[in-house]
Design a protein around this ligand. Structure first.
Ligand code: PEP
Ligand code: MG
Length: 598
């Protein structure tokens, strides 16, 4: 039966495909498509893992002491039988052969289907057997993990293969897969970076949580905050993700499907047209030059930034280099990652932000090294996050500072400090930068002696005392995501208050307007790198407030460029003034729409 779920649109576009339900436990195993030609090897890998566990169970049984309770032996028997049941031993093989899922993925997908069947049964005894099935699968997964391919290697192979197939004109014949999950952490999202999912939807989430921000960087349609999607949907069901309207249409009728196919085609045509803007200069109708930069999470994102003609990198969120790993990257590894970005951008400026760890971005590596207690405060977004954490761990910070300084020897780099609120934080960071330089001098290593240092204006206190920071720093970047969170007291990751997260609240507009005006008056370059900069609806408003540098995900850059190209600054300024004076969010919204349509 068809039905529609409404959520929050986070990444634009339409995709029609089939559901891939992702349980949070399943996120712990690698997901990739097996390379054509190695499918039977993958089946053998699964068969061997099952055989190993069956063997282990036999051994366990024979090693049981004679006086062991009879239930013990019966339980081991039961586990062996579960394992040999066609439901667990045959269905995953079909998933590997027909869908090319890797063995772990196939097994966890089937586990989920079995668990659902169990949940539907009234019989208490059967329902309690669910734990046995989970334990057995867990054993097999452990064996498989020991024999797993490297995730990134296999993903890379799959990509090469897909490229080769496209070149030969034979597209790989797989339906688009749409991930449906209760919630996905930013670290888990990174797993999908190279994967084959075409869209995603979650029960929880909000517009500017880092999970949503990552979805934008993948440029796949995404809707979050759907409430019950992961409970209501079935594996393989047909769904439409409408990332513009923020809806998920389940089991659509043929009429709705046709309608969406048409809309998808129109969007694709519009997208193709936008691509023609990539190499054009970014100038307004009255010939003012505007700089559009890209936000990136990982060095590989530079390719997309380059494709859309970004003026450089306006925000490199370096904390993502620290995710999905057990240990913190050392100086050389970080240097190599930063250098790759600098080299990839061929002379265009690269703004590298120092670690913004904490709140919803707390890598396992940091927990392991510094202890979970450090991050587990009641209000992590108000806790030891970003520069606060870096100053609390100066040795770790120095490693990153040295790596950035070294990378800056290969092209224009600027260093950006997140979450500043107090002048002494900036002073301490500058002292550490000087220390890092001294250490590099002592080692005789090349670096940029004149590295520009800027600060993120994302805490209201910083916006309201800008002159104090202007004395100390070379540039500012307004982080609207946190500025809104901290001004309106809205946890940006909490979908219960997501409806109150309002970029057009008069207080937010005043803070942004003041920050741009004061910076301009003081001659300090200022940009916006939060999600507001990537919203085409807001481009003219920001131009009217005096903004000339925008930084956003590459996926949004051409739509914003289109707005800039058809804007006249004087007209934008007039309406921006009215908007600032309007005072009421509803009135502001009307004026913003009018500004866009003008
Ligand atoms: C912001 O807060 O607007 C920002 C760009 O930083 P992040 O989203 O990484 O917190
Ligand atoms: Mg921020």
């Amino acid at each position: 039966m068809a039905f529609t779920l409404h959520g929050i649109p986070v990444s634009r576009g339409i995709v029609i495909g089939r559901v891939h339900l992702l349980a949070s436990a399943a996120l712990e195993v690698p997901h990739y498509l097996v390379v054509l030609g190695t499918v039977e090897e993958e089946v053998a890998r699964l068969d061997e893992a099952i055989a190993t566990v069956v063997n282990e169970l036999y051994q366990l049984q024979s090693a049981l002491p004679a006086d062991a309770p009879a239930e013990f032996a019966a339980l081991v028997d039961l586990h062996r039988l579960i394992l040999q049941d066609p439901l667990l031993s045959e269905e995953p093989v079909r998933l590997i052969r027909e869908r090319r899922y890797n063995a772990e993925w196939a097994l966890t997908t089937q586990l989920q289907a079995v668990v659902e069947q169990f949940e539907e049964m009234d019989d208490e005894y059967i329902a309690s057997r669910r734990a046995d099935v989970e334990q057995v699968v867990d054993r097999v997964l452990k064996v498989l993990t020991g024999s797993a391919h490297s995730l990134s290697l296999v993903a890379a192979e799959a990509e090469l293969e897909a490229d080769a197939a496209r070149r030969d004109g034979k597209e790989i014949d797989l339906d688009p897969m749409i991930v449906i999950a209760h919630d996905i952490s930013p670290a888990d999202m990174l797993q999908f970076k190279k994967q084959v999912f075409a869209g995603f939807a979650t029960d929880l989430g909000s517009l500017t949580a880092h999970t949503a921000i990552l979805a934008k960087s993948f440029d796949i349609p995404a809707v979050v905050g759907l409430g019950q999607a992961s409970r209501l949907l079935r594996q393989d069901e047909c769904v439409i993700v409408d990332g513009d309207a923020g809806v998920l249409i389940v089991d659509p009728s043929p009429i709705v499907l046709d309608e969406y196919r048409l809309r998808k085609r129109d969007l694709e045509l519009a997208h193709e047209k936008l691509k023609r803007l990539a190499r054009m200069q970014t100038r307004t109708l009255d010939d003012q030059s505007i700089e559009l930069y890209a936000n990136i999470e990982l060095p590989d994102d530079c390719a997309f930034a380059d494709e859309v003609g970004a003026a450089g990198i306006g925000l490199f969120r370096t904390e993502f280099l620290f995710m999905t790993r057990d240990s913190m990257p050392d100086e050389d590894e970080q240097f190599e990652a930063y250098r790759r970005v600098v080299v990839a951008m061929t002379g265009r400026p690269v703004t590298i932000r120092t670690l913004d760890i904490g709140a919803d971005k707390t890598p396992d590596a940091a927990r392991l090294e510094f202890g979970s207690n450090v991050f587990n405060t009641t209000n992590p977004a108000l806790g030891l996050r970003a520069i606060r954490f870096c100053l609390a761990e100066p040795q770790m910070f120095l490693i990153q500072l040295r790596a950035i300084l070294r990378a800056a020897a290969f092209g224009p780099v600027k260093l950006l400090i997140p979450m500043i609120a107090h002048p002494q934080e900036v002073d301490a960071a500058l002292v550490l930068i000087a220390t890092a330089k001294g250490q590099l001098d002592a080692r005789g290593v090349a670096y940029d002696r004149n590295l520009a240092v800027g600060g993120m204006i994302e805490i209201p206190a910083a916006a309201l005392s800008l002159a104090m920071f202007a004395k100390r720093l070379d540039f500012f970047s307004i982080g609207t995501n946190d500025l809104i969170q901290y001004t309106l007291a809205i946890d940006r990751t909490d979908n219960a208050v997501a409806h109150l997260y309002d970029p057009l609240h008069p207080a937010i507009l005043q803070l942004i307007a003041q920050t741009i005006a004061t910076s301009t008056r003081l001659g300090i370059p200022v940009s916006v790198c939060g999600e507001m900069a990537g919203d085409p609806m807001l481009a003219r408003l920001l131009l009217g407030l005096g903004l000339r540098q925008f930084s956003m995900h590459p996926a949004q850059l051409l739509a914003v460029k289109y707005e800039v190209l058809r804007s006249d600054i004087a007209a934008c300024e007039t309406l921006a003034r009215k908007i600032l004076a309007a005072g009421e969010p509803d009135r502001i919204r009307v004026l913003v729409d009018r500004l866009r349509a003008a």
